[in-house]
Design a protein around this ligand. Structure first.
Ligand SMILES: Nc1nc2c(ncn2[C@@H]2O[C@H](COP(=O)(O)OP(=O)(O)O)[C@@H](O)[C@H]2O)c(=O)[nH]1
Ligand SMILES: [Mg+2]
Length: 283
């Protein structure tokens, strides 16, 4: 399965991101906790230079909690601070203090140079659909109003004061997916990170059924009573389509509709909390 998709204006996005990054002390890189590698973009590290980064493994509510902890440990081993999080106001409480802690080094440097203290600034970046806007909104909901345009800031950027000493850029920085492995496109399609027009849902659902049967044997059969797992993915989808009454005119099962429904069920958590990517073994 070869899914390759790049948003238009990628060069423009990169230029804009570079400008935005100059404005902040800390970068919150949002990834999907179910696919912590495929939802990242390795180019970011280079763009960041030595700017501080925290990886937010978002949608933790949809991921396997034990795996999320393994990922946090994995990133710690790489020297990167990561936390598992869900973009709900009640679940982002600890984020501001974590940012302040992370930014305190920048603060010390400024003070050493005799520069006046100023609020620390953070921005959210990530590929489409990982929950950047939801996270920003959740943090803002818990805090106060916008502080307005700042001189020297890319036009349109607003800062939101989250605490007296912390400001957030209210527009997330857009990263583009990087298809560094053959699975990346597949994982991004399954989790809903890429638009449906760029992949064939039936092909993706076949791959997903095969993955489920291999890694979570019995789950499909248990979730959808009609499924006999020891048959080709195509047959399984047809059985599901029949169960759901997804028929074409004439009575044949609409496999594409069944494929879309199965993928939607996964994205809503109806199949449980399944993390698709496992951290490499730490030696
Ligand atoms: N279950 C769950 N869904 C989330 C979470 N964060 C975002 N979403 C959903 O993911 C989709 C994309 O979120 P959005 O904030 O628009 O992503 P953005 O494109 O990165 O700004 C929306 O349907 C959100 O409701 C989360 O932590 N858990
Ligand atoms: Mg958004």
């Amino acid at each position: 399965m070869d899914i390759q998709w790049y948003p238009g204006h990628m060069a423009k996005a990169k230029r804009l991101l570079r400008e935005q990054l100059k404005l902040v002390d800390v970068v919150l890189e949002v990834r999907d906790a179910r696919i912590p590698v495929s939802s990242g973009n390795p180019d970011l590290a280079e763009l960041l230079g030595n700017k501080k980064r925290i990886i937010l493994l978002n949608k933790a509510d949809l991921a396997d909690g034990k795996r999320s902890q393994e990922w946090v440990n994995y990133f710690a081993g790489e020297g990167i601070k990561a936390i598992a999080i869900t973009a709900r106001p009640g679940d982002v409480k600890h984020l501001p203090s974590l940012i302040e802690e992370t930014a305190s080094e920048t603060e010390r440097r400024r003070r050493k140079k005799g520069m006046a203290p100023r609020p620390k600034r953070a921005m959210v970046v990530g590929i489409p659909n990982v929950g950047k806007s939801s996270l920003i909104n959740s943090v803002i909901k818990r805090s106060s109003a916008k502080t307005g345009d700042k001189p020297g800031v890319t036009r349109g950027n607003q800062w939101v004061r989250v605490r007296p000493d912390l400001e957030f850029l209210d527009t997330p920085g857009l990263l583009w997916p990087k298809f560094s492995s053959p699975e990346t496109g597949f994982f991004l399609a399954v989790t809903g990170a890429i638009r449906q027009e760029v992949y064939d849902p039936v092909e993706v659902a076949h791959g997903f059924v095969d993955l489920l049967v291999e890694r979570w044997p019995g789950l499909l059969a248990q979730t959808y009573q009609v499924v006999e797992e020891r048959q080709p993915a195509h047959e399984i989808l047809i059985a599901l389509g029949k169960k759901w009454g997804l028929l074409r005119a004439g009575g044949a099962v609409d496999e594409e509709k069944a494929a879309i429904r199965l993928l939607q069920d996964y994205r809503k958590g109806k199949l449980g909390s399944l993390t698709l990517e496992q951290p490499p073994d730490i030696e």
